[in-house]
Design a protein around this ligand. Structure first.
Ligand code: F6P
Length: 553
């Protein structure tokens, strides 16, 4: 198994890790607030801007000393060399023998790649499809224009397109897009209940075209349409497929002209820029989809050329490494203060955790240190009324990313001001907290007895000193969103290079799929009275029997 990143000479890395550990130990629990008093330059020292995204990381538990050592870590890990390898098309997904070229889908920093030609061809076909659907030229079996599009896909064939489509709601044209991912029949049934078969277009999105959930839902869609249209009608205009497995898509019954290829050098969770982004393009129009790709392309340029200390993805990664490996953080909150970005945490969960949730290094040896944190979050201000309690008073510090546009697409009284104010307030509360003395003072000012003050005050203490960063920008436009997503994609890559793991495979998801098939086959046998030949663990057996028994009722 050839690994192009083996050529990185990371021999000095252990020494840099060691130095970081020493700095972290000497620093203990850094008083972040005090750093602002000590260093009047702290804001400018720890703020950077690129592609219209302003990153303020002055509220993280870093000092000029630890920051210099972290930059040294990125440099010693040869991050720039790894970036060059990725962008030039080296097969850095070595466990699958694949290149990693999602950047080529959005212009690419390396225009001479042979893959760019394929991208251009498919984009031309996609643009034509999008325009014909939007103009009502491609129609369904009744001759009426499509009003609704249902994307059937899961994981990377769902999360990115669904997140972006919602994020760009202000740019929507006249078609409504829907997303069905779960094999739970309720997802499909609930979606179809709102739709007219004659005017519904389905996109079957599956890189492999073997994914159980997607194939089951695509079959259900076929059945639903056929029942409405009658068996004599051709449904071919109602189906489009996006896949790297064109043969399987054809076998399923999709017209070859309606199959839009993707390639093995695009990972599912990095694929929204490919034909997988079709529902986005139909939702917002081709020009806006282009803008999204261009924003990502601009971030690619920045990533490829900015010095490490100014490089936004590198900075995000180093803060993650510092938080996880030196401060022991086990999770990471993503808090977009933009309702339209409410699906961003779910998207970043797959992007980050499926990429870097690994335990062995590129040569298969145990990593020997923690890797990816659990990523979670929700749109502000909703999260404030649920889990922010833990952020403020829980026993584990959770670094948080606040993401906030300065302008709203929907000026409504002063609500956007309230939104941004809340974002600022949460970051400030995390940092400053409330001391025992302040809590006691507040209680006695409110007229509580001394006894009540003593009893209640500890419950009102917020330790503060909890790290966060802010990514602020003008407005959630297609271009800005493209840059934001690419920022996180590259952050994930940088962390993987420093941890020494492969961010582009996902072997961990396979076992569950295999066991699922074994259990399903066993259930089918037992249902038809054939004595089962598989014996599962008692807990699985109990559930399996419960399922079979429920069918007798
Ligand atoms: O099971 C995980 C996974 O392989 C993801 O990596 C991928 O995004 C998703 O399933 C869907 O795969 P496909 O696009 O091949 O249907």
């Amino acid at each position: 198994m050839f690994d192009p990143l083996e050529s990185l000479s990371q021999a000095d890395l252990p020494a840099v890790w060691e130095r970081l550990a020493q700095i972290a130990e000497a620093q203990g629990e850094l008083n972040i607030r005090a750093q602002f008093d000590r260093d009047p330059e702290r804001i400018s020292r720890f703020t950077r801007e690129a592609v219209g995204l302003k990153l303020d990381f002055s509220r993280h538990a870093i000092t000029p000393e630890s920051w210099t050592a972290l930059i040294d870590l990125a440099s010693t890990a040869e991050v720039p060399q790894a970036v060059t390898q990725m962008l030039s098309g080296a097969a850095i997904n070595h466990t699958e023998g694949r290149k990693v070229l999602h950047c080529a889908l959005r212009g690419g920093t390396n225009k001479s790649l042979e893959e760019s030609v394929l991208v251009a061809e498919v984009r031309e076909r996609l643009a034509a499809l999008v325009n014909s659907v939007l103009r009502g030229e491609r129609t369904g079996f009744s001759g009426e224009a499509f009003t609704d599009v249902v994307n059937i896909g899961i994981g990377g064939s769902d999360l990115g397109p669904a997140m972006v489509s919602e994020a760009l709601t202000p740019y929507h044209q006249h078609l409504k897009v829907h997303f069905v991912s779960n094999v739970d029949p309720s997802h499909m049934v609930n979606t179809l209940a709102q739709l007219n078969p004659a005017t519904t277009l389905f996109i079957i999105a599956s890189k492999t075209f073997t994914t159980l959930e997607t194939l089951a839902n695509a079959k259900a869609a076929q059945g639903w349409l056929q029942a409405a249209a009658g068996s004599e009608q051709s449904l071919s205009d109602h189906f489009v497929a996006v896949s790297s497995n064109v043969a399987k898509a054809e076998e399923f019954g999709v017209d070859v002209d309606s199959i839009y290829p993707m390639w093995d050098w695009v990972g599912g969770r990095y694929s929204l820029w490919s034909a997988i982004g079709l529902p986005i393009a139909i939702a917002v129009g081709w020009e806006n989809f282009n803008q999204l790709c261009e924003g990502a392309g601009a971030m690619d340029e920045h990533f490829a050329s900015a010095p490490l200390s100014d490089n936004l993805p590198v900075i995000l990664s180093l803060l993650e490494i510092w938080s996880v490996n030196m401060l022991g953080a086990q999770s990471h909150a993503v808090l977009p203060y933009d309702q339209n970005l409410c699906q961003l945490p779910a998207f970043l969960q797959q992007l980050t955790m499926e990429s870097n949730g690994k335990q062995v290094d590129r040569s298969g040896k145990p990593l020997g240190r923690a890797s990816c944190p659990v990523v979670w979050g929700a749109a502000g201000t909703n999260g404030q009324h649920s889990f922010h309690q833990l952020l403020h008073q829980g026993t584990q510090p959770v670094p948080a990313d606040f993401i906030v546009p300065m302008q709203s697409h929907n000026p409504l009284a002063d609500q956007h001001t309230h939104l941004v104010t809340n974002c600022m307030a949460q970051a400030r509360a995390l940092l400053f907290g409330k001391s025992l003395q302040q809590a006691a003072q507040e209680l006695s000012d409110a007229g509580y007895s001394d006894e009540a003050v003593q009893a209640l005050a500890p419950h009102k203490v917020l330790p503060g000193n909890r790290p966060s960063l802010t990514i602020s920008y003008d407005k959630t436009s297609p271009y800005r969103l493209g840059a934001l997503i690419a920022l996180y994609e590259h952050k994930v890559f940088v962390s993987s290079v420093i941890w020494g793991l492969n961010a582009f495979d996902q072997w961990g998801v396979e076992l569950g799929k295999q066991i699922g098939v074994e259990i399903y086959n066993e259930i089918e046998k037992r249902r038809s009275g054939i004595p089962g030949d598989a014996a599962f663990d008692p807990s699985t057996e109990a559930l399996l029997n419960q399922l079979l028994a429920s069918e007798q009722i």
